[in-house]
Design a protein around this ligand. Structure first.
Ligand code: ZN
Length: 428
């Protein structure tokens, strides 16, 4: 049994996408007032969209439309067909609530099962699901996909490191699903407790935050032979499980038979050149309860041109390199935190944790300080050369001058959830 698409050519995929797009536009226009109004305002009727490129004629959809429509925004089916809701875990303002039909849930399960297949799992695998269960999509998505795939699900939830370690030993879990921060914490604990030879952990599927190459390398080093798979996902687009890295670990395959990806410049809103970084915009092809048409995800990434060496027909995007609204404007230069991640991960003796601090002096001049941890086992007398290397790399690649402060390994806070990395003190 496979959860992969049956297409073998790009032409077949595109034909399937066009059919899905035309269905989505007609469905959204006929059943959701918001879409009808916004398409009418743009002067485009669903039947005007005859090619995939015609999609660009339609207006962009932002998170505001989801928040404004609270509690059941953009609902495009009768309430009786809605079998579940999920909501974003956002703490400020109104939550984004997404409705699902049974078909939406089934599609999500199939997509997520495909993730486990792409990560090379079999039905013999035991999957320790250490992400949150609740109204948000994380735990329930990993669980649903695991059961659809046919592996064993161990729904432990996040935190409780003692219990996590106990389960890894007693149940011989082969796969751990968690955030990158939690993955790092677990890897450190597994080593500190001398559990490496007592457990059977082979793969970590991690996601739900911008994860750095350095953090990833650190987890790999601590766990030895383990393989890591970055999983993207957002509540608006079903939840986690809408794509995964393959065994080549060269970008994230996304499920292009379920949704389209465009990359736009977050300022001009125009498409970027092929392979350039920009904001990801998605359009669903099968989603019933809440279809998305050109939804601005605020996630920054780039499409990777060409077919992957693994042979899959499914296209790829790069890791998520931050959020367009996390973009720092420093002395008129746009900086994405993901760029700093990339730079630090390419340098020696630098640990995986870092912070970016922005301050403004009395003369009104802005200053940027990068706090980084020295890598474990490296002596403090290397600090000077580490600082110089970081300063030069940032100067060369981001074109800004930064102060660099090297701190002890383990001294920056670690979190089981998302770690805060950018601290803007300029307006305090
Ligand atoms: Zn691949």
């Amino acid at each position: 049994m496979t959860f992969m698409p049956s297409f073998t050519t790009e032409e077949e995929l595109r034909a399937h996408q066009l059919q899905g797009l035309q269905w989505t536009l007609g469905h959204a226009y006929d059943h959701a007032e918001y879409f009808r109004r916004s398409f009418d305002a743009a002067g485009v009727k669903p039947e005007d969209v005859r090619t995939l490129d015609d999609l660009r004629r339609l207006p962009l959809l932002t998170a505001d439309a989801l928040k404004d429509g609270y509690p059941f925004p953009l609902l495009s089916v009768p309430m009786a067909e809605v079998v579940r809701i999920h909501a974003s875990s956002g703490t400020t303002g109104k939550r984004k609530v997404l409705s699902y039909t049974q078909k939406d849930i089934d599609d999500w399960a199939d997509m997520f099962a495909r993730c486990y297949e792409m990560a090379g799992l079999t039905r013999e695998d035991r999957v320790q699901i250490a992400v949150g269960y609740g109204v948000w999509t994380a735990g329930v998505g990993f669980q649903l996909g695991c059961e659809r795939f046919g592996a064993l699900a161990i729904p432990i939830g996040p935190g409780n490191i003692d219990l996590q370690c106990r389960f890894l030993q007693d149940f011989q879990s082969t796969v751990l699903c968690c955030t990158a921060s939690m993955g790092l914490l677990m890897a450190e604990q597994i080593r500190a407790r001398g559990l490496r030879d007592k457990i059977n952990l082979r793969k970590i599927i991690y996601g739900s935050e911008r994860s750095s190459d350095a953090m990833r390398a650190r987890i790999s080093a601590l766990l030895g032979a383990g393989e890591l798979y970055d999983i993207p996902g957002m509540t608006e687009l079903y939840g986690p499980g809408t794509g995964l890295e393959c065994r080549m670990h060269d970008g994230i395959h996304y499920w292009a038979d379920y949704y389209l990806v465009e990359i736009i410049d977050p300022v001009t809103l125009e498409p970027v050149a092929e392979g350039e970084m920009g904001e990801m915009v998605v359009t669903t092809l099968r989603k019933e309860a809440v279809p998305l048409v050109r939804y601005r995800t605020r996630d920054l990434t780039r499409l990777i041109p060409g077919r992957c060496a693994c042979g899959s027909i499914l296209p790829r995007h790069d890791r998520l390199l931050g959020r367009s609204d996390d973009m720092i404007i420093f002395r008129a230069v746009n900086i994405y935190p993901g760029q700093i991640d990339e730079i630090l991960s390419g340098l020696e003796n630098v640990g995986s944790e870092y912070q970016i601090h922005l301050t403004r002096d009395e003369a009104g001049l802005d200053h940027l300080t990068i706090k980084i941890e020295r890598e474990e086992g490296v002596r403090p007398d290397a600090d000077q050369s580490i600082a110089v290397a970081v300063r030069e790399a940032v100067k060369n690649q981001v074109m800004v001058s930064a102060a660099v402060e090297v701190v002890d390994y383990g001294s920056l806070p670690r979190s089981e959830r998302k770690s805060k990395r950018v601290f803007d003190h300029r307006f305090e």
